[in-house]
Design a protein around this ligand. Structure first.
Ligand code: ATP
Ligand code: MG
Length: 291
């Protein structure tokens, strides 16, 4: 049974399908993601947990159009993020997405206020408007008395809360957070995660948070566990398999996949916007007769 991706895309803010990422280093290949599927509702706050090297940061980069997948798709409001050209990808990052990393989010020489104003000024907002919004965000985060401090005059938790304000400057619909509490103690971690929850509730921002800390994960609406580039509990017999194409274009399809996909001696090939579709000849004819 094939799913109706358009119907699904209408229901969710973000839809991830069959997402694969293979990094090539010289002749060596690292398969970071092996076929990831999930959806995020508008206004939902999800956490992705998994051991080091399981593909969490890779996944977040693909959600934020900072990199392109090897295969598969990310849909945002029903539109493919993965097919965007460089300019549109930049606009998507600037207008729709806010990023917070473990550290190094802030410009060291600028005050907290100037740091938060920066992305708005870069996007062409008038100075008084960007100052007003920066002050509002910092106040919401309990930092009204820290606006004129520079990053090295702020605590770790304060720095991360300023970083969240920076990420929210241009009113993103999606907040992507990668191990933002990784360098913080337990108490400060709780405070920062409370701030993320508050942003999620107050502004309706959809949040995808990455961590390997189970305590942090527990603050989310839903937890996805990722291991070796796959979401735990998902069967991915087909998309997890890598196979070679030889010089004559011959592809070896493993027997297990042939059985699952009901592939016999002949297949029909179709180029779709999600890649090359291969299906049994019989199914194709039946559908043609119906239409
Ligand atoms: N630019 C790159 N080039 C080659 N391999 C990479 C690259 N980035 C990541 N990898 C590899 O891809 C796999 C997944 O990496 P990723 O950074 O997504 O893991 P992670 O879950 O974020 O780990 P951590 O919790 O340590 O941050 C790892 O094996 C990593 O070595
Ligand atoms: Mg990482």
């Amino acid at each position: 049974m094939t799913e109706n991706i358009e119907e699904i895309a209408e229901k969710y803010k973000v839809v991830v399908r069959d997402l694969m990422k293979v990094y090539k280093r010289g002749r060596k290949e690292v398969i970071a993601l092996r076929g990831i599927d999930f959806e995020v509702s508008e206004g939902e706050f999800i956490t992705i947990v998994g051991p080091s090297g399981s593909g969490k940061s890779t996944l977040l980069k693909l959600l934020g159009a900072l990199d392109k997948p090897t295969a598969g798709s990310v849909l945002f409001d029903g539109h493919s993020v993965t097919l965007l050209d460089d300019y549109r990808a930049m606009m998507y990052r600037r207008r729709k997405v806010g990023f917070v990393w473990q550290s190094g989010n802030l410009v060291p020489g600028l005050t907290a206020l100037k740091n938060v104003m920066l992305p708005m000024n870069l996007a062409g907002a008038p100075k008084d408007k960007s100052q007003e919004r920066a002050e509002m965000l910092l106040t919401t985060m309990g930092l009204s008395k820290r606006m004129e401090h520079k990053p090295n005059q702020l605590s770790g938790g304060e720095n991360q809360r300023v970083a969240i304000c920076v990420a929210l400057a241009n009113q993103p619909e999606l907040l992507l957070a990668d191990e933002i509490t990784g360098e913080l103690d337990t108490e400060t971690t709780d405070m920062v995660m409370k701030s993320v929850r508050m942003i999620n509730e107050q502004f309706g921002t959809t949040v995808v948070n990455v961590t390997h800390n189970d305590r942090v994960a527990a603050t989310a609406d839903r937890v996805l566990r990722i291991r070796d580039g796959l979401i735990e509990g998902q069967k991915h017999t087909i998309y997890g398999e890598m196979t070679e194409v030889d010089a004559k274009g011959r592809v070896v399809i493993p027997e297990s996949v042939r059985k699952l996909a009901n592939i016999g001696k002949r297949v029909v090939l179709e180029i779709t916007d999600r890649g090359l579709l291969m299906r049994p000849l019989e199914t194709h004819l039946e559908e043609d007769e119906q239409s």
